[in-house]
Design a binder for this molecule. Structure first.
Ligand SMILES: O=C(O)CCC(=O)C(=O)O
Length: 217
C-alpha cells in the first residue's frame, strides 16, 4: 500500500532548483511532533502583527535565531521578543532531517541556523511571498509539512509568473534553492479536516541558513 502511494506521488522537480519529496519526513513524524511540543512549551506560538495586520498562522522558532515580525518590518533575532530569552536550540532530529532532505534535493552543504514553525488552524494561510530576509542566497529553504493537507502555490521569480499548485500532505518536504531560491510561494487557507496526530491543525517547519551579520539581539 505504501509502495503504491509512493508510486502515485513520486519525487517531483517543481522548477529548476526546487524539488518536492512526498512523504520524506513521514518516518520521523512522531519525533517531529515531540520536538514541536518541546519548543513551543518554551517559546509559545503567537500571531505576529505586521503592517498588513495580524498573521493568520501562529509561529515560533528554534535555532541560533528566529524570524520575527512587527509593524516596523521582518527580521531574524537571537532572542524571542516575547520571552526576552534566546530561542531554544534546534533539536538534533530536526537539523538532521533538514540536512538529509536538502542533500536529497542536491544541496549537500546545507546547515540551517533557524527553524520557523508555523501552525495553521482551519482558515489560516499564507499569502504569496518570497523569502528574502535571510541574505544567504546560496542556501535553500527546506519546508516540512505535518498534519492536515495544504494547497501550496509555487511560482517563479515574478509575482505574476504562472504557479504550480500542489497538495502537500503529512510528511511531505519541499526544497527550493538555486534558480528557485526567490520563487514566490504561498499557502491557501487550510480546509476543515482531521488528522489523527494534529486534529484540525497543519504544522510547517521551514529551515533556513541566515547571514549571521543580520542577527539582532
Ligand atoms: O507553510 C508552508 O508550507 C510554507 C511556509 C512559508 O512559506 C514560509 O514560512 O515562508
Amino acid at each position: 500500500m505504501d509502495d503504491l502511494f509512493a508510486r502515485l506521488r513520486p519525487r517531483t522537480v517543481l522548477a529548476e532548483g526546487a524539488v518536492w519529496l512526498p512523504g520524506f519526513a513521514l518516518p520521523e513524524a512522531e519525533t517531529l511532533h515531540k520536538a514541536i511540543t518541546q519548543v513551543s512549551a518554551v517559546t509559545p506560538f503567537r500571531h505576529f502583527r505586521t503592517r498588513m495586520g495580524q498573521m493568520s498562522a501562529a509561529m515560533t522558532s528554534c535555532g541560533a535565531c528566529g524570524w520575527t515580525a512587527d509593524p516596523s518590518g521582518y527580521r531574524y533575532s537571537r532572542t524571542d521578543p516575547q520571552t526576552g530569552q534566546p530561542w531554544p536550540d534546534m533539536p538534533d532530529a530536526l537539523r538532521h532531517l533538514a540536512r538529509r532532505a536538502a542533500a536529497e534535493a542536491g544541496y549537500e552543504a546545507f546547515d540551517p541556523a533557524s527553524c520557523l514553525i508555523n501552525r495553521y488552524a482551519p482558515g489560516a494561510g499564507m499569502g504569496l511571498h518570497q523569502d528574502r530576509d535571510e541574505e544567504y542566497p546560496q542556501a535553500p529553504v527546506v519546508s516540512v509539512s505535518l498534519g492536515v493537507p495544504a494547497r501550496f502555490s509555487f511560482g517563479g521569480l515574478s509575482r505574476s509568473d504562472p504557479k504550480r499548485i500542489i497538495e502537500l500532505m503529512d510528511g511531505d518536504v519541499v526544497v527550493w534553492g538555486g534558480a528557485s531560491r526567490f520563487a514566490w510561494h504561498g499557502v491557501s487557507p487550510i480546509r476543515e479536516t482531521f488528522h489523527p496526530q494534529t486534529g484540525a491543525m497543519r504544522y510547517n517547519l521551514t529551515f533556513r541558513a541566515i547571514n549571521a551579520a543580520l542577527f539582532r539581539p
